[in-house]
Design a protein around this ligand. Structure first.
Ligand SMILES: Cc1cn([C@H]2C[C@H](O)[C@@H](COP(=O)(O)OP(=O)(O)OP(=O)(O)O)O2)c(=O)[nH]c1=O
Length: 205
């Protein structure tokens, strides 16, 4: 795939999001957003992730008005609680104990923004994830691996945390941090990318 505009930007510091878009054959730049996520109060999960994704994309789009900018945000919800990234081992343990043996939802919001054309498309995608029941030893081992710390809900389905997950219902890439199918579909609809045979590596479908 090829961008039809001068520049496509991923406004994210997340290596997972970068990897997912690269895997889909897109050519883009990475410019992390400096938006302060703590300035937004959690509301209902879909609205919350859409607001954060839009704010992240907006901040970078204002600096690059001629570019299309993708922002995203991922959270885990269980019952009425929203789980973001754990601040320390204690919080990581609390989250994993809570998720053990239960099903929860992962929400990722994504926004695609261009200031020059005054375009903003945002959406939220939901995936249900069922965890196996975890022993204390498994939780200790997983926390000691260090993997939980920069992940919403204190786990990474794409990493060592794969052993925690019994089943999922919905998009896998949405859990990892970006619902690739939906994002690419939107980029096509907006005319931001097109299929190209100019470079074999860029043709994903
Ligand atoms: C549930 C889950 C989350 N995650 C990650 C994806 C996101 O990087 C992170 C949620 O934090 P986010 O705040 O969504 O993103 P971020 O701070 O990593 O990056 P940026 O704001 O710059 O875009 O959790 C996984 O990698 N695997 C998983 O299974």
């Amino acid at each position: 795939m090829q961008a039809t505009t001068p520049q496509l930007i991923l406004a994210s510091q997340s290596p997972r999001r970068r990897y997912l878009l690269e895997q889909a054959g897109l050519t883009f730049q990475v410019i992390p957003s400096s938006f302060d996520e703590d300035s937004v109060r959690p509301k209902n999960p879909s609205e919350y992730v859409k607001t954060l994704a839009t704010a992240k994309a907006d901040e970078v789009a204002s600096r690059y008005p001629g570019s299309w900018v993708i922002g995203a945000d991922t959270i885990v919800t269980i019952d009425d609680s929203i789980l973001g990234k754990p601040a320390d081992a204690r919080q990581a343990r609390e989250m994993l104990v809570r998720l053990s043996g239960q099903s929860h939802f992962v929400y990722t919001g994504y926004a695609i923004v261009c200031k020059q054309t005054n375009s903003c498309h945002c959406e939220a995608v939901q995936t249900r994830v069922q965890f196996k029941a975890l022993s204390d030893a498994e939780i200790d081992w997983y926390i000691e691996s260090g993997e939980p710390f920069d992940k919403a809900g204190a786990y990474a389905i794409q990493g060592l945390g794969t052993f925690l997950v019994r089943s999922i219902d919905g998009s896998y890439t949405n859990v990892v941090g970006l619902p690739v199918c939906e994002v690419i579909e939107t980029l096509f609809k907006l005319g931001v990318v097109r299929l190209s045979h100019a470079n074999a590596k860029e043709v994903a479908v």
